[in-house]
Design a protein around this ligand. Structure first.
Ligand SMILES: [Mg+2]
Length: 94
């Protein structure tokens, strides 16, 4: 039985830079996980609607679920973030 792997990404400093420009190397990583059949989520400390607005701008709203970082419904298997954190089972600082 295969369990779907959940991969999560932070927003600020991870998917967009300090000038709100997309960080394509990380967005491409997100797209790669999605194309491999992973469930991809995005979450920010700025809240769910902020997360949704950025995900929308990046054109990712059809393939990711958006959450507030402090209120995730489950622990992602892998979490990518520009800060050290312990959100996922495995946390990768990028
Ligand atoms: Mg960040």
């Amino acid at each position: 039985m295969n369990k779907e792997i959940v991969v999560g990404f932070d927003v600020d400093g991870t998917l967009i830079d300090e000038k709100n420009n997309p960080i394509y190397r990380n967005i491409n990583l997100l797209l790669d996980f999605h194309s491999r059949g992973c469930c991809v989520i995005v979450a920010s400390g700025g809240g769910q609607s902020y997360t949704e607005s950025i995900v929308n701008k990046l054109g990712l709203s059809d393939i990711v679920e958006c959450f507030t970082k402090t209120n995730l419904p489950y622990m992602p298997d892998i979490w990518f973030d520009d800060q050290d954190c312990s959100i996922g089972s495995v946390n990768i600082r990028i």
